[in-house]
Design a protein around this ligand. Sequence first.
Ligand code: SF4
Length: 74
Amino acid sequence: MTDQDNDTVEVDLELEHCSGCQGCVEMCPEVFGWDEILELPVLKASSGPRERVFQAAACCPKDCLRVAGWQRDW
Ligand code: SF4
């Protein structure tokens, strides 16, 4: 495993409860894009920089992000 692998984490979206706040897009735009038609976030990549993907997961008010190794502490 390389240093880059250590700094990257896989992510998936479950949008059933998404409020469309775009917090994930603002937090980590290289991973999360915005579908203007559906008005929902889309994945631009299946993985991204660990720290910002974790921050995006933490800021999601609807707990839509599935991130390996991250769990909301509430
Ligand atoms: S942060 Fe969560 S609720 Fe907000 S747009 Fe992204 S997935 Fe939806």
